[in-house]
Design a protein around this ligand. Structure first.
Ligand code: GLY
Length: 586
């Protein structure tokens, strides 16, 4: 009953969706996918897929089915996660990848919480100013679409590390479905075809890419057509037989290094041979009786989500309601401060000291709360990293729970849709442009508009700070939720809001991921909202307090799972912004 009452009060605040008044177009890194936001009635009626034993949710239905098959054959959540990781590289090539990197957060049935870092690394010849011209001006093209933009990919090492440490099946078994899909092809639906068409011009500029992703007459593939990727099948087959050495020490590394050197990049074989995917302890925090288990640096996500939760915890969000003036005000102020800290203090832990304990302390949260005025927006120009003087769509999410109680949350990425848009020779897979996540120059925004500092400057062998936030929420030590999203800097607010929507606003998992979103990242000092987030009354009230809003087409794709304590059923929710996705279980 409490959940229903909370939900009704939440829905009362959801606006009509007619408030599109954007002056600014979407940032290059967050393209309009043509997704439609849920109306108030649709949101009220939204129901998750339920299953008793196990659940897989991904942004592409064929990958979900592969994950469920692996679980039904007796594989565990890690086996399924590796199979899904390779399958998405075939059927969701914008984002699923072997040419990028990511993070995996795990909650094992025995209670252990783990984090695996397979983020890309800067080449050893990288320099702090490599994306600046002779006058010190940042040249965005260099960090986004040139061969310099590519970090050493981590996905193959990460998936293999997870499989050999916690999986039960062989590499050949978990990779076989992806290899078959690449070799025989798969039929594109409208959403798959729409995403491919987004970068058709980039594909057309390179013969080896056009040969795979465009028809001979240069036209993009349409819904109903079969996309076959024999070169990718060959690469995957090599990895299945020879393991990560094929990628990091063998012919695949050689192909990437050769293409990089020919195209003006910096890669050498040593960059690949040196790559590793380390385990570390997740960042954890408590919120309203739940334990949030999330990503440590080089992800900024877990720290920033937890900092925001610590700041907002004492406010009566449940009473105020989703989308209310008060919730929006205090959430934006908390996001503003936490992003200022993110951009000032965090970086690759192999290179900088991350003050996580201080950022997540009760004192720090109290100090920030004491500086938030109840009736006015704080200009971001008045907010700095708040520990004192400074010392010093893209991506895809999938979530899996198995019948034993193991849970895996993975976000991995090649940064932009299709990364650089480049493929090395006949390897058949896209290479990332993750180097743009570094600070090209302190104070200059990256593609996601993030204005970052020295802790995230480029150094040889360093991992760029990420916003990816694959997260698991526990209640009394038991699995409660698996969540995360693509969306660059908006990943953090999307993940955070999925937790608030369930914990504070009483939504079911489907409603929590479909509900309209809000995002603030300190700079630029604009509150970005999806259509439908703001009711006219709330908008007027908040503008009176000094807020500037930008309504942006829907973003993110939270592929989430909830273990409903009332029914013990798993609730799977594919984000309605990715119609090709699927939640399925048994
Ligand atoms: N490439 C986006 C991120 O990792 O934050």
């Amino acid at each position: 009953m409490r959940r229903v009452a909370l939900l009704l009060s939440a829905l009362a605040f959801i606006g009509s969706g007619a408030l599109v008044n954007a002056k600014d177009g979407p940032p290059a890194a967050l393209p309009d996918l043509g997704a439609v936001h849920a109306t108030r009635a649709e949101l009220a009626a939204a129901q998750p897929v339920t299953a008793k034993h196990a659940m897989v949710v991904t942004a592409q239905h064929l990958a979900t089915e592969i994950g469920v098959d692996i679980l039904k054959k007796g594989g565990n959540a890690v086996d399924a996660a590796v199979a899904v990781g390779y399958a998405l590289a075939v059927v969701h090539p914008c984002c699923g990848n072997i040419g990028g990197g990511g993070f995996m957060t795990l909650h094992l049935a025995d209670g252990r919480n783990l984090f695996l870092d397979f983020r890309e690394k800067a080449p050893l010849a990288a320099t702090t100013t490599m994306f600046q011209d002779a006058n010190g001006n940042v040249v965005p093209e260099r960090s986004r679409s040139s061969w310099l933009a590519i970090g050493v990919p981590g996905t193959v090492m990460g998936l293999d590390e997870a499989l050999t440490t916690y999986g039960t099946m062989s590499r050949a078994e978990v990779m076989a479905p992806a290899i078959a899909l690449a070799r025989k092809g798969f039929v594109l639906n409208a959403s798959d075809a729409h995403i491919l068409a987004l970068r058709a011009k980039v594909f057309a500029s390179q013969p080896n890419v056009a040969a795979i992703f465009l028809h001979p007459d240069g036209k993009p593939y349409s819904a109903g057509e079969r996309l076959v990727q024999p070169a990718l099948a060959k690469t995957l087959d090599l990895i299945a037989r020879k393991g990560p050495d094929a990628f990091y020490k063998g012919p695949i590394a050689r192909a990437i290094v050769a293409a990089s050197q020919q195209g003006g990049g910096l890669f050498t074989m040593k960059d690949f041979a040196d790559y590793s995917a380390p385990w570390s302890a997740p960042v954890t925090c408590r919120y309203h009786g739940y334990q949030v288990v999330s990503t440590p640096p080089p992800s900024s996500g877990g720290t920033t989500v937890c900092e925001i939760l610590q700041i907002v915890a004492p406010y009566p969000f449940a009473k105020w309601g989703f989308g209310s003036t008060q919730v929006t005000h205090y959430l934006v102020e908390a996001e503003r401060c936490a992003f200022a800290d993110r951009n000032t203090y965090l970086g690759d832990p192999a290179f900088v000291t991350n003050p996580i304990a201080k950022l997540l302390s009760a004192d720090h949260a109290a100090k920030i709360r004491s500086e938030i005025a109840p009736d006015r927006a704080t200009p971001s120009s008045e907010v700095k990293g708040s520990l004192g003087a400074d010392e010093g769509q893209h991506t895809t999410q999938y979530s899996i729970v198995d019948a034993q109680g193991n849970a895996v949350s993975v976000t991995y990425t090649i940064n932009f849709f299709f990364g650089t848009g480049k493929i090395a020779g006949d390897t058949g897979f896209f290479l990332n442009n993750e180097m743009d996540d570094f600070t090209s120059k302190p104070g200059v925004a990256n593609a996601f508009g993030l204005v970052q500092g020295k802790t995230n400057e480029i150094q040889p062998g360093k991992r760029p700070l990420s916003s990816m936030t694959p997260t698991i929420v526990l209640k009394s030590g038991k699995l409660f939720m698996v969540t995360g999203s693509p969306g660059g800097s908006t990943i953090i607010s999307t993940t955070l809001e999925s937790i608030l929507n369930v914990v504070d606003f009483g939504m079911n998992m489907q409603q929590a991921v479909d509900a309209p979103r809000l995002h603030h990242q300190w700079l630029p000092d604009i509150v970005t909202v999806e259509p439908g987030y703001l009711s006219p009354k709330v908008k007027v009230a908040l503008e009176g307090m000094g807020y500037t809003f930008r309504v942006h087409s829907p973003w993110g794709a939270d592929e989430a799972i909830l273990r409903n304590p009332a029914t013990s059923l798993l609730e799977g929710a594919n984000d309605n912004r990715r119609p090709s996705g699927l939640a399925a279980g048994y």
